[in-house]
Ligand binder design. Sequence first.
Ligand code: ADP
Length: 190
Amino acid sequence: MRLLLVAYPGAGKGTQATRLAAHYGVPQLSSGELLRAEVQRGSRIGKAAEDYLGRGDLVPDELVLRVLSSPILEAAKNGGFVLDGFPRTLSQAEAAYTLAQQSDVELQAVVYLRVGHDELLRRLRARAGQEGRSDDDDITIGRRFEVFENQTEPLLDFYDRRGILLEINGEQPVEDVFADITGAVDNLVG
Ligand code: ADP
């Protein structure tokens, strides 16, 4: 199973990715979590990525690819992965596609979790209180929305043209979203 989740911040991408990974018995590879782990470790990549994360801007492709490439290829050899947060731009999708073609491990399904703006804001504000993620303040959230609209939304067309895009209503209870995703994925991937 080689699956990608795409969604606005706050849509529940991480929650669903964790469940889907357990369900399909493959690792969850979250670009945001892997990048935050680099920052915590104080690695060179982490130091280079830190300011972008803090502002809600995208980390440069070169750094993201350095963090993600080997875990993705490794997981692909062992049954697959649930990707959460990468690729997130057209140029990343093209780089990932080239890489994947070489090993014949292209994505099989891309899930777009759709949630309205008011609900997203409500969830992110609640999460800011609970988890204290430094990029969950109002200004940085606004920036992440803008980045998604400008840089990530074009990805949806890219995958739609390849016939692997699944659009799911993310404004339902977690269990129902999960059931809709697995239903649609199993139907597409078979
Ligand atoms: P969210 O989707 O809620 O913004 P993530 O944990 O997926 O949360 O991402 C948090 C931050 O990590 C982003 O704002 C960005 O700075 C960085 N990031 C994650 N994935 C990528 C990526 N594929 N390319 C560039 N930056 C990324």
